[in-house]
Design a protein around this ligand. Structure first.
Ligand code: FAD
Length: 476
């Protein structure tokens, strides 16, 4: 068994782990950092663009470790899988036989997609590069796909796919409900069928996928994809055009084989035959070439269940200094649960922005605890802020953008210019609690400030969204 020792150990080469390693070097150029990751590539962040105090856009690139190492040659990188964490002796055991003693360790091992079926070859989840390649393989000779889920991945995929018939099954009465309310969904729905035009907008510059890194492992151990993951996807099916049917308020009841389907139906000669069928809770049955399961993720905390405190959903609980229940063990990104008292306008969502913020903040905490200096929770956790792109439109979500935690004690102000912009404000007692901005509204900075400073806006009433008032100038 090979033995090693390191001051700071990071497990996981996704955005959280890599951001943590990079921040440790920013803080201490001489830091002794080791990064262990299960696959031979890491996620790196570049072209960071600070749009407002809290909204940041950046590019995510997948790099093989040798390439990343050229600019980070002080970090010792080990490609191996964590087999065991012994918190008593402060040692990790890797599957390549290496044993590493650490001063402080940060666990950034991400999450896994929740699949509607684990062992059906016609069901695929999307998490890492390998899974996108599996999707691509299936698409090349597919005419029809069922997509299950109502979050960002399902939304992007429905938009991106071309030359294929898509049945999009959502459990709510509106699309993209994880991020949008029914009004905003309505604003975007016209774009669904239209689909993406060649060269249409993307979130950021092209996301790169290195096919040489693809392994065929069923287990998804690669990092989660970053923004614009679909840019590298050959998104065409084999049908002559695209068609989208949305099924609202349904969930999957059962996945049927052609045999099981045949037993329940009077199939006629000439009926289209599919390798898999889905029976929904409304009794309808839909055949497809394959099914995409995009129903959220399960944080990978179970691996640590014997040593660390976990949340109900299986995430590692961390405090406001990213510390787990065990001294010198930290966690960041999708694997962790933010276990501190959240500020009124912040909430945890498993997004790359938060993976990066948590990774960087974990590094600051590890460093400050080493030099025995206390550290307050970072300002980025003061208010939720996220920028994304749905159906070719820029979407900015601020604060309690869906009135989360406000019970029903709030009102909405909405301004819609069809095809151009959608602006929704969540107001409580005359103070702004959240906002949804779709299109190029240029209002993000003003509204971010108004949510943060909780100014009493009662006197403005509905004038707040009067298109004839330059609100940006007004609150400057
Ligand atoms: P991960 O990226 O999952 O990284 C985990 C790392 O740990 C990997 O390197 C893995 O190899 C390693 N690992 C795991 N287990 C072990 C082990 N036992 N031993 C060693 N190493 C291990 N977020 C957005 O904000 N905007 C988007 O548009 C967006 N789109 C997305 C699209 C898709 C298809 C997916 C799947 C996610 C998307 N997300 C998006 C979510 C975002 O990608 C994740 O929240 C973020 O990348 C999580 O980063 P992480 O570093 O915590 O975890």
């Amino acid at each position: 068994m090979e033995d090693a020792e390191t001051q700071y150990l990071i497990i996981g080469g996704g955005i959280a782990g890599v951001s943590c390693a990079e921040m440790l070097y920013t803080l201490d150029n001489e830091a002794d950092v080791t990064l262990v990751t299960a696959t031979s590539f890491v996620k790196s962040v570049s072209s960071v663009n600070q749009i407002t105090k809290l909204i940041t856009e950046f590019q995510v690139e997948e790099q093989n470790i040798e390439e990343w190492y050229k600019t980070h040659n002080k970090v010792k990188v080990i490609t191996a899988k964590l087999s065991r964490l012994d918190v008593e002796t402060k040692t990790v055991y890797l599957d390549n036989g290496t044993r590493i003693k650490y001063g402080k360790v940060c666990l950034c091992t991400g999450a896994q997609p929740k699949l509607i079926s684990d062992d059906n070859p016609y069901v695929i989840g999307i998490r890492d590069t390998a899974s996108v390649l599996r999707l691509q393989e299936k698409l090349s000779d597919a005419k029809k796909v069922v997509i299950i889920g109502n979050g960002g991945i399902a939304t992007e995929l429905v938009y991106e796919l071309k030359n294929i018939s898509v049945v999009w099954a959502v459990k709510d009465d509106a699309i993209s409900s994880v991020f949008l309310d029914p009004g905003a969904s309505q604003f975007l729905i016209k774009e669904v069928e239209k689909g993406k035009e060649e060269g249409g907008p993307c979130k950021r510059a092209k996301y790169t996928v290195q096919t040489s890194n693809i392994n065929s492992q069923k287990e998804m151990l690669g990092s989660a994809l970053g923004p614009d993951w679909h840019q590298a996807l050959q998104s065409e099916g084999s049908a002559s055009k695209k068609k989208v049917d949305i099924k609202y308020n349904v969930q999957i009841d059962k996945i049927l084989t052609p045999q099981e389907y045949g037993d329940t139906q009077n199939t006629k000669e000439g009926d289209e035959k599919y390798p898999v069928y889905v029976r929904f809770t409304d009794g309808s049955i839909v055949g497809a070439d394959f099914i995409v399961s995009a129903t959220g993720v399960t944080p990978g905390g179970q691996f640590f269940k014997d040593v660390l405190e976990l949340s109900e959903e299986g995430a590692i609980v961390v405090n406001d200094n990213m510390e787990t229940s065990v001294k010198d063990v930290y966690a960041a990104g999708d694997v962790c649960h933010a276990g501190w008292d959240w500020s009124k306008h912040w909430m945890q969502m498993r997004l790359w922005t938060q993976a990066r913020q948590m990774g960087m903040f974990a590094a600051k905490c590890m460093y400050h605890h080493t030099i025995k200096e206390p550290l307050d929770l970072d300002f980025c956790f003061e208010m939720f802020a996220h920028v994304t792109n749905f159906f070719g439109q820029k979407v900015i979500l601020l604060g309690l953008f869906k009135g989360q935690r406000l019970e029903n004690d709030y009102e909405l102000l909405v301004r819609v210019t069809p095809g151009k912009e959608y602006v929704k404000l969540v107001m409580q007692n005359g103070r702004m609690q959240g906002a949804v901005l779709i299109g190029d509204t240029d209002l993000e900075e003003t509204f971010e400030n108004l949510i943060l400073n909780q100014m009493d806006l009662s006197v403005y009433g509905e004038d707040l969204l009067d298109p004839n008032i330059d609100i940006e100038d007004y609150f400057d």
